[in-house]
Write a protein that binds this ligand. Structure first.
Ligand SMILES: [Mn+2]
Length: 284
């Protein structure tokens, strides 16, 4: 989409490209032209081998430049949480750095993405729930390539993660037909950005903290009154892709030994690959 005028006829969403969030981070566009098709990938959590396997199943081919392209010009869209818990976070970050730069892929904000971004920014964060594995990978990486190169990668990753829009509008002929978001969204938030919206999109509807110190997740799809646009989301693993009130959950807990799922838009088809193993134990 090269102009906001056409979108304005159908909905009041605006392109946030170049805008800054409250922390001063510049944001990438929240609009994706889906006319050639978009493949939305659920939570990868550093399962790089399964990720490459699903790309091949979806028909993406790796070129001499190391970039995966689809012969029909389809685009890739990650629901976030590409790192942590699993074995190869850096490879996943590197993949999205290169493919976002080439205009072949996009990614939305997510809870682990946000945590890692703040860690890379030097803020005081506690790395847990698999984020400590990312720190460990960066430590090994620095030992391998040296301080300068490791620092450059950290900077690029920080920028990419901070710049991710809270959710992505998938447009067909200029109309928002689907929304991709990490943990959830309310209909009135669609096409907008604010600190509260960014939080909801990252963590979903959280009712509070339980006795075990873990967030109590509420099912935001229960309360949804509309069924359009379609909302594609992840974050909260389900054994099978789950459709409810115009939303589809495509996090099948690959890192916990489940499956990695891709949702093909607008074909409404699901593709999945089984995890090679359980990389993270029981915690979901
Ligand atoms: Mn998540």
């Amino acid at each position: 989409m090269d102009s906001g005028a056409k979108e304005g006829e159908n909905d009041n969403t605006q392109d946030i490209a170049g805008m800054r969030d409250i922390m001063g981070n510049r944001l990438r566009s929240n609009i994706m032209a889906a006319d050639k098709g978009v493949d939305i990938i659920g939570d990868v959590h550093a399962c790089h081998e399964e990720f490459l396997e699903i790309l091949t199943l979806l028909g993406y081919v790796c070129g001499a430049d190391g970039l995966y392209r689809h012969p029909e010009g389809r685009l890739l869209l990650s629901l976030g949480d590409i790192t942590s818990r699993g074995p190869q976070s850096i490879k996943m970050l590197d993949f999205f750095l290169r493919h976002i730069a080439a205009g072949l892929a996009e990614m939305v904000d997510s809870n682990h993405g946000w945590k890692i971004a703040r860690w890379l920014d030097g803020r005081k964060v506690t790395l847990a729930h698999g984020d400590e594995k990312v720190e460990e990978e960066f430590r090994r990486y620095e030992a391998e390539v040296g301080r300068k190169e490791a620092h450059e990668l950290r900077e690029k990753c920080r920028e990419m993660l901070f710049a991710s829009p809270s959710h992505m509008l998938l447009k067909l002929e200029g109309r928002t037909e689907a929304v991709a978001v990490h943990a959830g969204i309310r209909d009135e938030y669609i096409g907008k950005e604010s600190p509260a919206i960014r939080n909801f999109c990252r963590y979903g509807d959280v009712a509070g903290i339980g006795a075990d110190g873990r967030p109590i997740r509420k099912d935001w799809t229960e309360e949804r009154k509309r069924s359009h646009p379609l909302i594609v989301w992840g974050h909260d693993p389900r054994p099978e892709p789950e459709r409810k009130n115009g939303a589809i959950n495509i996090d099948q807990g690959c890192v916990f030994g489940g499956c990695l799922t891709a949702y093909r838009f607008p074909e409404d088809k699901l593709v999945s690959v089984p995890a090679r193993k359980n990389y993270a134990g029981q915690e979901a």
